[in-house]
Design a binder for this molecule. Structure first.
Ligand code: SF4
Length: 490
């Protein structure tokens, strides 16, 4: 039995957590051998999470808490506490909580009731010291550290990467996360990167030679290990928030990745690299590099969020809508990159008309095909400027007080508008992003798809658990009729 269990509830089974691997990798040798990672998936029944933790009976139980697992982690901690308190033979472990979600939350937050220690900030340096102290003398550790520990940003040169802790099974079947840098130079009002103190989020990069040596080792393991037989791409996803802000550094890493795109495993799997890039930094050198990637080898997540300049100004987002659209047109016409663009509904100053106009501009710039638009709802994350605005009543942002803190209404969007947008987003994901139905790539589609999503909701009575073929058929029948009606009335 391990003395330390590092637990996390991941969004999906295929999304392994780099955070818990980093924590384990940075434990000193003896403690590392005496620690175990336990990963669960959001949809797994509670019992399946509870049982292995109780059976492991660790002395320290650490959870990585994120916005998407906060509620489930709280629920699990409640059940664990009940189990420990109802069985006198069990000794409850010391609970350590950490993760980006927790940093700005106030001490009275419900989840903290279960914690002996809460690490705010980056944990790789303080977590090993804390574990050692707790195992040696818990009372002394509590006096020395207190319950809330403010951890400074770590020295990236001093930490171990955690990639060796991906198992062969992970490398065969899951997305593989890596990070070449941390932080973002921008401070968009809704983003965790804007949480104070901003210094904690300034960009720090791993030296390229160090990072690339580690990445190379990881890719060799993937290539020489067992791989699925379907020839599917093996995706390496960079967690960097804004990979392209330092262009010479980004080019060095991209150049290496490009050399790997021609390599295949024995089952015909090839590497695909996934980066999050900001559209406001797209010089010619970067464009030329991206254009060299072969089809299927590069996925780009481009955060657009809003094409309304007033809205961007209200949230202090550095933006240039025309330039951003031009970048997307370039990517569509002159590269093979698969583009995934993000938009957020519910931002201050944006009504349904303005949002729809932005959506259509984005759709036409992306040109349909295999590109995706992901439509998210604004989250008022504690500690962010948008959260401060909401608390002050600015723009009448009303939001849910529990994670994920989604906006419910604004001065420009009623509850009904928000419900319609959420329903639109759900059907867009099911139908367009999953390519069930081709939409005209060169025409505005927002109003038509809004009508379609409303009709589909009325038809099915729900927007989840729908049989794919029935959805394809129904949407395929309804959409032409909506188009005809709209063209007749134009
Ligand atoms: S550019 Fe992206 S990561 Fe940076 S602050 Fe804005 S939303 Fe956050």
């Amino acid at each position: 039995m391990a003395a330390i269990v590092l637990a996390v509830i991941n969004a999906k089974w295929i999304h392994p957590s780099l955070a818990v691997r980093l924590l384990k990798a940075n434990l000193p040798g003896g403690l590392q051998d005496d620690s175990a990672i336990m990963e669960f998936a959001q949809r797994q029944p509670l019992e399946e999470k509870l049982t292995p933790i109780l059976a492991a009976a660790p002395r320290i139980l650490a959870f990585s808490v994120s916005i998407w697992n906060h509620g489930l982690t709280l629920e699990l901690l409640e059940k664990l506490e009940q189990a420990w308190s109802s069985n006198p033979a069990c000794t409850a472990p010391f609970i350590i909580l950490g993760g980006p979600e927790l940093t700005p939350l106030p001490p009275e937050t419900a989840i903290f009731r279960f914690a002996d220690f809460v690490i705010r900030g980056e944990g790789e340096e303080v977590f090993p010291r804390l574990c050692q102290a707790v195992l040696e003398d818990p009372a002394e550790a509590k006096t020395r550290y207190g319950k809330f520990i403010q951890a400074d940003p770590v020295d990236l040169n001093a930490i171990k990467p955690g990639y060796d802790l991906y198992t062969d099974e992970d490398l065969k079947n899951k997305l593989i996360y890596v990070e070449a840098s941390r932080g973002c130079p921008y401070a968009c009002g809704f983003c965790q990167s804007a949480v104070k103190p901003k210094t904690a989020f300034l960009v720090r990069e791993f030296p390229p030679e160090v990072f690339l040596a580690r990445l190379d080792r990881l890719l060799c393991r993937i290539k020489n290990g067992k791989q699925p037989k379907n020839g599917a791409p093996r995706t390496i996803k960079f967690l960097d928030r804004s990979f392209n802000v330092n262009i010479p550094w980004a080019l060095e890493i991209l150049e290496y990745c490009l050399t790997k795109t021609t390599e295949e495993t024995e089952n015909g799997n090839h590497f695909q690299f996934h980066f999050e890039m900001v559209p406001v930094v797209f010089p010619k050198t970067l464009r030329t590099m991206i254009a060299r990637f072969p089809p299927g080898s590069l996925r780009l997540e481009i955060g657009i969020q809003s094409l309304n300049p007033q809205t961007c100004a209200l949230i202090q987002r550095t933006s240039n809508p025309e330039r951003e659209l031009e970048v997307l047109r370039f990517l569509r016409r002159e590269t093979s990159a698969l583009v995934h663009a993000d938009l957020i509904a519910g931002l201050p100053g944006e009504d349904l008309v303005s949002f729809g106009r932005g959506f259509d501009k984005l759709w036409i710039a992306l040109g349909g095909a295999f590109n995706e638009i992901q439509l998210g709802i604004l989250k008022c994350l504690p500690g962010t400027p948008v959260h401060t605005m909401a608390e002050a009543g600015t723009n009448k942002l009303i939001y849910s007080k529990t994670a994920p803190y989604e906006v419910l209404t604004t001065d420009k969007l009623s509850l009904t508008d928000m419900e319609k947008i959420k329903n639109f987003a759900r059907f867009w994901e099911l139908i367009v992003n999953r390519q069930l139905l081709p939409l005209p790539p060169d025409k505005p589609v927002f109003a038509r798809f809004m009508e379609l999503s409303q009709q589909l909701f009325r038809h099915f009575g729900r927007n989840w658990g729908l049989p794919k073929e029935e959805l394809r058929e129904t949407a395929g029948l309804l959409f032409p009729a909506i188009e005809k009606t709209e063209e007749a009335s134009a």
